[in-house]
Design a protein around this ligand. Sequence first.
Ligand code: ADP
Length: 475
Amino acid sequence: MGSDMSTGRLVIVSNRLGDPRKPAAGGLAVAVGDALARSGGLWFGWSGKVVEGGAPGEGEVHHQRSGDVQLVTIDLSKADHDTYYAGYSNQALWPAFHYRLDLADFASGFFAGYQRVNRLFARKLAALLRPDDVIWVHDYHLIPLADELRALGCRHRIGFFLHIPLPPPPILAAIPGHEWLMRSLFAYDLVGLQTRSDADHFARFVQEEAGARALGEGGFEAMGRRVIARAHPIGIDVGEFQRLAASNESRQTEATIKKQYGHRRLLVGVDRLDYSKGLPHRFRAFRELLANYPENRDSATLIQIASPTRESVLAYEDLRHELEGLAGEINGDYGELAWLPIRYMHRVWARRRLPALYRCASVALVTPLRDGMNLVAKEYVAMQDEADPGVLVLSRFAGAAEQMREALLVNPYDIPATAQAIQRALRMPLGERRERHAALLAQVKEHDVHEWSRTFLDTLSAVETRPRDEAASVA
Ligand code: ADP
């Protein structure tokens, strides 16, 4: 961590909090928790509670401690939740940033709610800030937060990381209010994006639409403000997965799965049930595999875990029905008394049991239509037996594809070609599997989540900030 950080407290802001001390918290909570613990920091976000009949733009604040970390959460009124969270964040920004304008809903009430909640977050957070705090804001729910904080006179260093993709200018320009969204990114000192192509989209957009001047090394100047925007690809906590894999429970689960599936070849998919993950395309490619390469019948078994998510949004319900229909059709067409081609589970799989699933699978299917990064790809690689590793089939449209060139890269829209790649993965000789895996593993280990948070915070603390004129807010 940079020298400035030794004096400043770290303040993390994200829509939801993870408890850094809970083992099931996941990579981001662990990494952020690590960084927070080092500086004795504060984590601020929505409590997850929705108050029926609550006043819009208001919410009760709760304070808790987790070790040295202060967790501060705020309740949201139903009106704010429905417009800010379910509405603008998840029905406008999420689909549009994943290139799905066809699924986006730009209802005007959504936008007002998004602004209102960002202003509420800023107001409550500003009251807790100390002068030398360094603030790190996460993800698409909170793009205008820095601008709202600046409007309240906040002169801190503020960084932003976008966990999802940033689409190219013509798609961004289709979002009502896009000029405002992009301008508000200039209230940050540092903007981190998942990939170089996201950073290119940022550069093109701010130059073409906001007349920004490129200063080199990711620096841009517009409207009297400067921002640095760079690719900072996120990684996983390899150590966390190694510890989970070494547990008794994990070993027992692995033995049980191996016994249950005997001589069969397992393929695995682990996702949230989201339209960006390309699950129907994946099921169709698997059907094509069984149709075109009959030697896989009565053998290849796809275990697909898809955890429920955002169920109040209609597009997610449609997707659920489509997948259930497809799994039923494929199992009906190809299943035998003792073999079901697809084991589809619509639920969360306990994190501590994930390593066993990854280790039993000869192939991982990580085939999103679009994904900011995709951590499952990295988790699968980290959990393979180096002497006899499985093969990663990875969509070229996942952010991870920029780093993981040794995977079998596929275009998930091209179903016959994806089926062919799956067949190649199933037949790949040991030597090639080991070579590809060794390269992938080295990359996953080197660029883990700890390196990600350290380099982001180091860059943020090294940014040259200029005197701020908070009256120049672009809100
Ligand atoms: P996203 O953030 O879009 O959900 P990522 O692949 O980047 O996608 O991260 C997902 C994280 O959640 C990974 O750590 C993965 O192991 C975990 N995960 C995803 N789906 C499930 C599931 N069905 N059960 C358990 N864990 C899951």
